[in-house]
Every structure is written in structure tokens, then in C-alpha cells.
Design a protein. Structure first.
Length: 333
């Protein structure tokens, strides 16, 4: 390898592979990926197949690789995680999302390597305390996540802030609280992929799309609200952080505007050139006590840090996703 290395953990996953696609297009960057590709039929390997990565490391080989390359690695972009909000093995979630992240943070601090990592809007729980990405320990401690995934991300955010307050952080450390991300290269995620991806086969076939009925009188059926953010916007913010090493802290990564699932479904139908056909089904009982009815990222801190680009509207993002990816024989970026 000829120059400084950017290591992307989880780099074959959804958000990670989109980051890799952007960075690897720069001939001046050496981009290495740490991930497990699994079985060929999942298609996860295809998330990387079009991009000139410099190295591919299995998760089991990451620490020896980092020690061997420690003088060459400039930035770690840590996207690897157990990302299912329904995962019931709390030990596995904490080991991957807190333990590994903590150890990477400490390694980066010791070796003076910059760290950009994925947090999550799941840290906000039911949203009753708002979606303010204040990074002081008091604000972080007040959050009440609804599942082990959200808790694991909240634990690490607090750890990072505490270490930084002690002067024991990497030369740059920045966490992004991703909201509801959609876009290309998420097919391997199965039931955890975005609603836009999940409903596409029905839309393409001219069939009705099923959305959840609301169990909250404040929201109509299909009127549950989310901050849907196009993955390209997340990639832009990561690339901006790479170019701005002075920016530190935990920031929301959303569109800044809540939209309904009905809006999303109608945008997919419109992009496909079809009239919307919607049906409503009961929400599974397992979701009722941990369901978020409203999320909306506050972006003031990200803007104050210097990020000025406008986020993609739901309609524009869905149209691009459908036309350039979902509707194509090769839907991979």
C-alpha cells in the first residue's frame, strides 16, 4: 500500500459499502474493508464488487492487521455492528456494539488515529425526550433506549464523550446518530432493510402495499412518522468529516424532516409510475411496546460544526433509489 489507509469496518454492509464506494473512487485514497461476507447467495459480496478496495480483512483478523499497519492507518470509519433492533442476545449486542467500539476508540487514541463511527437514533427511545444531539454526559444519561441495540449505542456515545472530557480521545472522534436510512446495497439485510426496499417487489408487480395500522390515536393508519434519510446524505457527511479533522462530537444524521410511511409508500409508487395501492394490517404485538411513532433529527449542531449541504428530500431520494437501483437488473451501487 502506497499511502495512508482508511479502514472501514462493516464496509461490506449497507451504509459501510456506500461509504467505501465514495472513498474508493478517489485514486489518492487507500481504502481497506473489515467485514464478513457470508454466503454467496446473500449478495453481500456484490456490495464491494465494483470498487477498487486496497484490502479485505475478516473481523477475526482485524486486530493483528491493525497492529501490523498501525503506522499506515490514518482513519478508522467504524460502521460494523449488530444492527438489528430485534436482536434478543444482549451479550452479543453489547460485545459487538460497545466492547469492540470501546477497544477501537482506545486503540485509535493510543496510536493517534482518527475515528468516525456509527451511532443511532435508537438511542432516543420513544422520542419523548426529543431528538437533541447534545453531547454532554447529562443529556446522554437521560436517554432511555427501547431495545438492547439502542442501549449499546448510547453506552458507547457516553464512553466516547467521557474519554474526550479526560483528554484521552483520538485526534478526531465523531459519531453519527443515523435515523431511518434507505438506499442501494441494502438487499442483504433481509427483514431489516428499509421499507422502501421491502415494498418495492409489490410496487413493481402492481400489487397493494401493506402498512401498519396505528395503535396510537394521535396518528392515523400509515401516518406514523420517521426521519427518512437517503444514504447518499450520510456518505456526504462522512466524506465531509474525513476532510474536516477538527470536527469532533456526536451528531444527528437525518434529513431533519419527519415524513409518514404513507408518504414513503406513495413516493415509491410515483417513482415506479404507478397509482398508489395501500392496505393496512395490525402491528405485531412484539412491536407495540417499543414502537416509535415519531422521529425527526435536529441538525443545528451539525450545521454549527460547518456542514452546509442540504439534505435530499424524500421524493427526490426515493426517485433516485428506484430509477437508478431498485428497478435495474443490477441494483448494486
Amino acid at each position: 500500500m502506497s499511502g495512508p489507509i482508511i479502514l472501514v469496518t462493516g464496509g461490506a454492509g449497507f451504509i459501510g459499502s456506500n461509504i467505501v464506494a465514495r472513498l474508493a473512487a478517489d485514486p489518492g485514497l487507500e481504502v481497506a474493508v473489515c467485514d464478513s461476507l457470508g454466503e454467496a447467495h446473500t449478495g453481500k459480496w456484490r456490495n464491494l464488487a465494483k470498487h477498487p478496495i486496497a484490502d479485505l480483512i475478516s473481523p477475526q483478523a482485524m486486530w493483528p492487521w491493525l497492529e501490523k499497519r498501525r503506522d499506515e492507518v490514518d482513519i478508522v470509519i467504524h460502521m460494523g455492528a449488530v444492527s438489528s433492533t430485534l436482536e434478543s442476545n444482549v451479550d452479543a449486542v453489547l460485545a459487538a456494539n460497545f466492547g469492540l467500539s470501546r477497544d477501537l476508540f482506545l486503540w485509535c487514541a493510543h496510536h493517534k488515529v482518527r475515528l468516525i463511527y456509527a451511532s443511532s437514533a435508537a438511542t432516543y427511545g420513544d422520542g419523548s425526550r426529543g431528538f437533541d444531539d447534545a453531547s454532554d454526559l447529562g443529556s446522554l444519561a437521560a436517554l432511555r433506549p427501547l431495545n438492547p441495540y439502542g442501549w449499546s449505542k448510547a453506552l458507547f456515545d457516553a464512553f466516547a464523550v467521557r474519554q474526550a472530557s479526560r483528554g484521552q480521545a483520538p485526534p478526531q472522534w465523531a459519531g453519527l446518530k443515523f435515523f431511518n436510512v434507505y438506499g442501494p446495497s441494502e438487499e442483504h439485510k433481509g427483514d431489516m432493510r428499509s421499507v422502501a426496499s421491502q415494498i418495492w417487489p409489490a410496487v413493481a408487480a402492481g400489487q397493494p402495499v401493506k402498512l401498519f395500522r396505528s395503535a396510537n390515536p394521535d396518528y392515523p393508519d400509515g401516518g406514523q412518522m420517521r426521519d427518512f434519510v437517503y444514504v447518499e446524505d450520510g456518505v456526504d457527511v462522512v466524506a465531509w468529516l474525513v476532510d474536516n479533522p477538527q470536527v469532533n462530537g456526536v451528531f444527528n444524521m437525518g434529513s431533519g424532516k419527519a415524513r409518514s410511511f404513507k408518504d414513503l409508500a406513495e413516493a415509491v409508487f410515483k417513482a415506479a409510475g404507478r397509482d398508489p395501492r395501500l392496505e393496512y394490517v395490525d402491528m405485531p404485538r412484539a412491536l407495540e411496546d417499543r414502537y416509535q411513532y415519531f422521529t425527526q433529527a435536529r441538525l443545528e449542531r451539525l450545521r454549527a460544526a460547518g456542514y452546509g449541504r442540504e439534505m435530499t428530500s424524500l421524493e427526490a431520494g426515493v426517485d433516485d433509489y428506484v430509477r437508478r437501483f431498485l428497478s435495474q437488473p443490477d441494483p448494486y451501487r
